[in-house]
Design a protein around this ligand. Structure first.
Ligand code: NDP
Length: 518
């Protein structure tokens, strides 16, 4: 008989065949794929290119041109012209319904070319199909949510207030102008959508800097935007390395606002650059997610659910659970069930049917993860599953086995985000002790509590020092609720996916009007 316990499984790959249209796109008529600036594909004046690979096999998928200072400057000028209108219509003054029509057209084209975008996620991003397909649905979901918000939020003049002595005042809400999205490699389609739709619908023109490891989704979306009929300069895509292309974007004073998603260290460095010339910056950064399992929870069921969240995109998800605090009474049973789940994960190539744990994104990540596994033991963690390199027959990818450790309160064995299927289990004597340990991390992105007593769960969830607190679930994200981080996991602003996100892409000034003297 199938039990509920047996049904909980990790996200799994179906066999994926790469569509010819993706291969043609990557081949680009024998030329490296250029950036998209002012409605054209451009090669870049540095003559620098880089290769983007399939992390599960190291097959080169495409050669891409790196955009340098000159291309960033050209993109900013084009975006400024498109924003203000160059003697013609401007994006800034376009009716919101005009913007919505183009966004809807872009969504339709993405859906027409679903297989190509899935190939970008599965081949370039190393995802299993179940996850890639879920990510793909976010294009429409995100666009529709922000279309609704755009129709509701009043831009322009706010209501007038009497200020006294013949003076009145009112607010004026406007888009920033040129805004940039700096995107990490782990959720390219999702994070491009989360940036692009609110930024465009609020009237900004945009630069997208995709991650060096996964430039293909954004480049393909940029190509579709041209086909959709976005005016040149409204959407520009600038592939390249962070320290070159990303840095040039951060240094350009014409970029008024940057939305950054990535690691805290890089976010803090970009913030310092932005501060030098007054570019505003919103930061959504990494986490070291925690889960508290209370004594009334069924250890077998909850261990498998937590295992699934720990392994989402092979642990390369920002709010992944890495630190588990379990009531001492059930800690052994929980550990056994979690071990069984981790051991059962099928390691393989991400485009082969049945794979649940594929390759990590690049060799640097592999080195960092292996080092973190060793350090966990050096700090006093007892390895239950030791991790280490894995091999997959016929595939030269960056494969690593899952790692699981037992620890005790007081041992800080995993202080940093380890971006893999990696977790530590710490037995605790009370919910308060668990909460204090969970909240002791400088990160604060996602945490959850697992219990049959939902009211008790909610009371604990309110006390997490995290941007997202969940009861009996973990990676839930919904439009209308903010997704952001506290501590080093987030910067100012209202998180993403809510009304405040849309407002973050606008600025408000106060306008005072006095009667003419005399
Ligand atoms: P990084 O911080 O390394 O990079 C993020 C982006 O910044 C990339 O496009 C990168 O380019 C670019 N970049 C790097 N250096 C600079 C620089 N000096 N100036 C400007 N741009 C720069 O993050 P990862 O790509 O490794 O992504 C993983 C991280 O993202 C994890 O910490 C994860 O938790 C976090 N994340 C947070 C999310 C959230 O919503 N809170 C969601 C998803 C991920 P390049 O790729 O070329 O290095």
């Amino acid at each position: 008989m199938t039990t509920a316990t047996a049904e909980i499984r990790a996200l799994t790959a179906a066999a994926f065949r790469t569509p010819e249209k993706f291969t043609e796109f990557c081949r680009n008529g024998g030329k490296p794929l250029g950036g998209i600036v002012d409605g054209e594909q451009i090669a870049g004046s540095m003559n620098a290119t880089f290769q983007t690979i399939d992390p599960g096999s190291q097959e080169v998928l495409a050669t891409v041109c790196e955009m340098g200072e000159a291309e960033v400057a050209r993109a900013v000028s084009a975006a400024q012209r498109a924003f203000h209108g160059d003697g013609g219509s401007s994006w800034r003054n376009a009716d919101v319904e005009e913007r919505i029509e183009l966004v809807n057209r872009l969504v339709e084209l993405c859906e027409r070319d679903r297989d190509v975008l899935l190939a970008c996620e599965i081949r370039d991003g190393g995802k299993v199909s179940e996850l890639a397909e879920g990510d793909f649905t976010q294009i429409r979901a995100c666009a529709e949510y922000f279309i609704g918000v755009a129709r509701q939020i009043a831009m322009g003049d706010g209501p007038s207030l009497p200020v006294g002595n013949g003076v009145r005042g009112f607010t004026y809400r406007e888009p920033w102008g040129v805004v940039a999205g700096i995107i990490p490699w782990n959720y390219p389609i999702v994070l491009t959508s989360w940036f692009m739709f609110p930024a465009l619908l609020s009237g900004n023109t945009i630069l997208i800097k995709p991650a060096e490891d996964t430039p293909l989704s954004a480049l393909y979306i940029g190509k579709l935007a041209q086909e959709a009929g976005f005016p040149p300069g409204v959407i520009n895509v600038l592939p390249g390395r962070g320290e070159i292309t990303g840095q040039c974007i951060a240094e350009h004073p014409g970029v008024r606002f940057i939305s950054f998603t990535g690691s805290p260290g890089v976010g803090q460095a970009i913030l310092r650059t932005c501060d030098r010339h007054g570019t505003r910056m919103k930061r959504e950064m990494g986490g070291n997610g925690s889960a508290i399992v209370l004594g009334d929870a069924d250890p077998a069921v909850v261990a498998r659910l937590i295992g699934r969240y720990t392994n989402q995109h092979f642990g390369q998800t920002c709010c992944t659970i890495h630190r588990i605090f379990v009531d001492r009474k059930i800690a052994d049973d929980f550990t056994d069930a979690q071990t069984e789940f981790f051991k059962g994960l099928k390691i393989g190539y991400q485009a082969d049917a049945g794979t649940q744990l594929g390759a990590v994104i690049n060799p640097t990540q592999r080195r960092r993860i292996l080092q973190a596994q060793q350090e966990t033991v050096a700090r006093g963690g007892r390895a239950i599953l030791t991790g280490g390199e894995a091999t997959v027959a016929g595939k030269n990818g960056f494969y690593i086995k899952p790692a699981l450790y037992r620890t005790e309160p007081g041992l800080n064995i995993n202080p940093q985000e380890v971006f893999h299927t990696y977790a530590t289990i710490c037995p605790v004597s009370s919910a308060d002790e668990a909460l204090q340990l969970a909240n002791s991390s400088p990160y604060g992105l996602g945490a959850s509590v697992w219990t049959k007593d939902v009211e008790k769960g909610i009371a604990l969830a309110r006390q997490f020092r995290d941007g997202t607190a969940q009861v009996n679930c973990h990676n839930s994200i919904a439009y209308g609720l903010p997704y952001g981080g506290q501590g080093i996991s987030g910067g100012p602003g209202g998180g993403v996916n809510c009304e405040e996100t849309f407002l973050d892409y606008t600025q408000v000034k106060a306008v005072y009007v006095a009667d003419y003297p005399g």
